[in-house]
Design a protein around this ligand. Sequence first.
Ligand code: ADP
Ligand code: MG
Length: 701
Amino acid sequence: MNASQLQTPIEYLKGVGPNRASLLRTELGINTYQDLLNLFPNRYLDRTQYYKVAGLQRNSADVQIIGKITHIKMVEQKRGKRLVATFRDETGTMELIWFRGQKWIKENLKLNEPYVVFGKTKWYNGSFSMPHPELELLKEHKNKLRSSMQAIYPSTEKLTNSGITNRVLNGLMEQVFLEAKNSFAETLSEPLIETLKLLSKSEAVFNIHFPENADRLARAQYRLKFEELFYIQLQLIRKNLIHKSKIKGYPFAQVGDHFNTFFKHHLPFELTNAQKRVVKEIRQDLGSNAQMNRLLQGDVGSGKTIVALLSMLIALDNGFQACLMAPTAILSVQHYTGLTELCNDLNIRISLLTGSSTTSERRKIHENLENGSLDILIGTHALLEDKVKFKNLGLAIIDEQHRFGVAQRSKLWHKNELPPHILVMTATPIPRTLAMSVYGDLDISVIDELPPGRKEIKTVHRFDSNRLKVFKFIKDEIKLGRQVYIVYPLIQESEVLDYKDLMDGYESIVRDFPQPAYQISIVHGQMKPADKEFEMNRFIKGETNIMVATTVIEVGVNVPNASVMVIESAERFGLSQLHQLRGRVGRGAEQSYNILMTSHKLSADAKIRLSTMTGTTDGFEIAEVDLKLRGPGDIMGTQQSGVLNLKIADIVNDTEILKIARSYAFQILKADPNLLTPENFSIKNTFAQLVKYKNIWNYIS
Ligand code: ADP
Ligand code: MG
């Protein structure tokens, strides 16, 4: 069966018809033969294994048992009737129960003949029962067994209730193979199949649905996972290559005075090797004719700002302007202050634009931007306003990207005739494999090394019952002149409750840390932005010792004198959030501490999160654990990315296959960008089909 035959609507399959077709469509999204073939089993049941009634466990798993029906009766209930059959093997008895289709069953059941029953058992009132079992006479069962491992497909209650049981799905699958004469067009190229020793397409689909043995099944899974990941990567890499060849950018041909002077005379520290590597990668991008579209990942404190500055200096050296956008006013101000200081001796004009810039400040900025007397603009979303027009924006940098949507990013594109180069910086570590799938069309740079001499933050877990000791510790730190964060969770659904927690906590802290010896700031989501900023600034300036806050401080704030981060109800935070919060301390020369406060009631996952935090400070390691705990769906920025829609591969566990698939996709496109050679014929075909039938667009936004 070739690709277009596989697009035949499912109602044409023998045994389907309009009713079943509509159920398959709504319940499982199956419209075509192809879709049915791609309904991959959840698991397999060894149907050569039979249970005994006496050996059943109370965990309601699928089992099959050989026995005889000795007795049938109808039982009247308040709501409808049920048909109950007594089923017996040599070790005991149980009940088979039907709530529907009783007439047919009653008329067709054969008493005292060996049956194989198959289904989920329930333990109720001291005995086992099996509602709506699949039934097969033993002699027929033995004849029909084509594989010792039976595929168990995903299903829904509605499907089962409408009689589309697993057995029916097995039957439909058999029908497809019958009509296709067990032959399906190959979708990968000969060389790929040979080098990787893959099963052919026909062998793979057959063995995924009707495994000949465990080994063949494993190879079938490998081949199909590879194929799925391969085509996603092929699409992403192609998009990236097309982007590079089609989307022209301003080539920044030279590295000039600004960069060189700064690099030789004003660099406040030696760059880490990772920073050097990343600057080189960016320089290469900027020097080419294509528009840069790069993601810079680096853990909190890894030194992304200096990389941003060096990149902006290159833009300036080529006669262009640059901008740096941050998610909050506080962060924008920090960048503005920091960068102005660094550029003190360079002849560079930098301005700050935020929501609180006055009208006259704005007017001035707009004017200077347009006449080119402003070099670097730093600010918040305010940068995206239509009134903000650059003379020649060459580079736009976005800090902490997960706070910005794709739409906002693309707005920056239209500030010029040609799109500016874009550098997106994020401190949310995304495991590399996930980044490959989510941002496969961006180029990625990673700063995987912290500047030398950092003291590792000491992280401890304390129970609420030890609060007094913790407070004593905080007081000692304050005595040494340090500042302290105390953070409360804020989770949208229970905002009122959280607010109460925060306020109760605040009051008790005010009691335990009385004025005037202690000054306390508080910042939370229900405050006006101006008030928040005021309180934040008191803390930044060192006027207050303690900052009580909800997670609004999570991103980027830099108070080097703060050395203690206390996280209340730490069990309620996700790993990446804990890690981000911890990154608020350890920014100065002092030993810093992260104290995770929890109650005694901890879920298994919470325990893993806490021990991960106390066990490592490596953001990527933490991200890997996070990914394993939560799955990709909850990781920042992946919601719409489609890694969720994988049909057979698993982004967490199949990273090795992903890497191989990506490298082959890359090699193939590099050698043959438009897939024109004969050996890539089937790849080109399959790819065209995937695009045509939009299957692949499920993966890519
Ligand atoms: P982030 O990646 O979180 O934005 P920053 O750019 O704010 O990190 O850098 C964190 C701190 O480390 C800053 O105080 C910065 O001056 C310092 N820093 C950055 N790079 C180096 C380096 N190579 N050597 C020493 N200190 C550095
Ligand atoms: Mg930063």
